[in-house]
Design a protein around this ligand. Sequence first.
Ligand SMILES: Cc1ncc(COP(=O)(O)O)c(C=O)c1O
Length: 442
Amino acid sequence: MGTETTAAARVHCQLPGPRSRELFERWAKVEAQCTGYQARVCWDHANGVVVTDVDGNTFIDWTSGVLVTNVGHSHPRLVEAVQTACAKLMNNYECLNEPRVNAAEKLVQILPAHLDKCFFLSTGSEATEACIRLMKRKSGKFEVISFHGGFHGRTYAALGAGGLAGPKKGYGPTLPGSIRVPFPYCYRCPFRASPETCDMLCLDYLDDAVRANSTGSLAGVIVEAYLGAAGFIFAPPGWFPRLEQWIRDRGLLFTLDEVQSSFGRTGKLFAMEWENLAPDLVALGKGIGSGVPASGVAARGEVIGVLGPGEMSSTMGGNPVACAAVVAVVDIMQSEKLHDNALRMGEVMKARLLQIQEKSPYAGDVRGRGLVMGVELVKDKKTKEPAPDLTRKLIDVAAQNGLLIGSVGVFGNVIRVAPPLVISEAETHESLDIFEKSLAQL
Ligand SMILES: Cc1ncc(COP(=O)(O)O)c(C=O)c1O
């Protein structure tokens, strides 16, 4: 692999650079090595979409952490808001602080009108767990329908609702009452059907699944706005409204997991706005703090109102620093219209990724919306045999060329295209040039 320099991306040594290598060695001695595969780069600092490593190399970032730094790395207004909050008050648990009120007001203001209450927590898993608990509490029932490929976090209920085997392996039985059904992964349809003619038969299958698995104690349904960890898989238009109708017809509760999509990622503030969905509960996380740990539940008042005093709480949830961050993120998102930028740059990305797909023997599928796109790599476009080894190789080649990418997918073969939403057109093209070149080098 050669070393390259372009406008924003400047890699001047073979990766990992000497300082990165030293830190990786020190790290391996003291912390368990159980995280996923990433480029061999030790980050030092980052601004906007540009990351600088400890060896002084710069990279364009297509990861946003893991779809977190939506307003751009270390946005000056976010940094200032957090610094000010830190200097004043960092944690007061459940005692009230003004930033918490401000953040709750901001959140409720930007949510669809039917979601008139929220509650702050600190991680995405905490938020999805809370939604699952709330569906059970409100309905008095315990069964929850969720989807193949779904990922809602690594805590126990979230894990049980998840539809990926990896995070569950080795832990014995998961939470009873989980009924998992296929999501429309149309590139690899489990029914071997085609979206043009199938009339969404995966939705008809829901009734079969309930007949076979439910003991008559269904509480609700939890589903991601698009499957994130499974490979940025988007349902075809019309699927979510039909799912929502199915849920309503059976008097069930509906949780939409927007931990990954919240705040602008898909080109709308919330992904549910694309098809005017009206979930009862929405799990929020990642981008709402844009780097500061913050998550929450947005809810219909009458659903979350089932909880009385002392029934939901979190040590870090609603702390003044996180809440100041949420307020700043919403302000930045709105004043800089970052969701619009996500849509515009997403179109540029999609158009070029589709051209790249035509030329590459490995790019089997290109999908997504706004600035969340997946490129699924295969060994052969006809057989669609997944290419996880090539995907890992591409992560390294792209990093050497100045682009940071990560992978997801049921088969570990999907490249995440998810830069911070502040990416400019020049940075978009530069990063696409690097991606195209790196893919050609495989
Ligand atoms: C859709 C979705 N839900 C929940 C989670 C869990 O969030 P966290 O890692 O903050 O607990 C994730 C994390 O990737 C996610 O993508």
